[in-house]
Design a protein around this ligand. Sequence first.
Ligand code: FEO
Length: 391
Amino acid sequence: MRPRPIRPGIDWMGSIDWDRRLFDELIPLPDGTSYNAYLLRSNGMAAMIDTDDPAKKAELLDQLAELERLDYLIIQHVEQDHSGSAPAVLERFPNAQILCSVKAKTMIVDHLAIPEEKITTVEDGETLSLGEWTLEFIAAPWVHWPETMLTYLREEKVLFTCDLFGSHLATDELFASGNAKVSDAAKRYYAEIMMPFASQIRAHLEKLAPYEIGLICPSHGPVRDDPHAIVDAYRHWAADPPKNLVLIPYVSMHESTALMVDHLVTALTDRNIHVEPFNMTLTDLGDYAAHLVDAATVVFATPTVLVGPHPTIVFAAYLTGALRPKLKYAGVIGSFGWGSQAAERAQSLCANLKTEWFDPVMTKGLPKAETYEALDALADAIAEKHRILET
Ligand code: FEO
């Protein structure tokens, strides 16, 4: 892909990774992704904001082939999908000065083996003159590492945000407006990458409120020419109370747990509770994560394997805890052959969540009349808790 002009003096660079299907060996990318870098030129000076995934550095270097001078390379975030081509860019422009946050400096030395004398740190609120432009650096820790900062181009009202406000979406459309996929992709991305840091995001949104923002340039997915849409969406996702939605991540080996899930889904639906079961052996993890943004309750449904939960539910419970969603209530249902600690162990895997736990419902072998009665009682208890929640 060739550089693409966003505005006079601001070019998109980087790569669209149409084929990538997994990020961090964890996050499914059904729609690929992009690694966006931005080249800013004003009055003979040039700065690049972030770089490219190391696997794509040749593409970035091609885009820079005709550039004669680079004054600054601004590294907003050290994760390698954005900083990994920085050594190659420095080799091409040995006089370029790296600018980054104080925390990023040692990370750049450690992760990229760039000598520290090449690196200049900037403080929160510090400004840089670039020709006729003023760049302001805004500390934004934890979106998505502790060193992360944003860059605001004052004269053009453009905010460069690296991971924040991004989406894993490969598309030839440079801008988000009119892209039918971008809203869902951005929500899924929020769930997978940003949700654990919701409290920091709420603080960042407050900090950004006084800034006039005409364009948001993230480092994944399309440029947000609808900046208020994505900022509002983040406000809702990070701050709204959870909704009247129950998620049931489940696995079933010999149908007992599946029968219980079917019964609970029906019982909840009868009580006007929105419910979504996820067969975790088939489910796209990102889809489950995206639903966690809104859900008030999760019920893990698992057979017993070697006393504990099925390993797939172990993973689901651990991941649910790690993502730190707004869940308020949780439960475990399932089955066992002769004995089980599945419920206690599932709970311990996401004990960090500030949830109220319902009594578990476990059955030996097939569910029986009393099992179904207990599931109805669980549905009643959930309905009582959800009474005040919006749909
Ligand atoms: Fe897209 Fe945290 O890197």
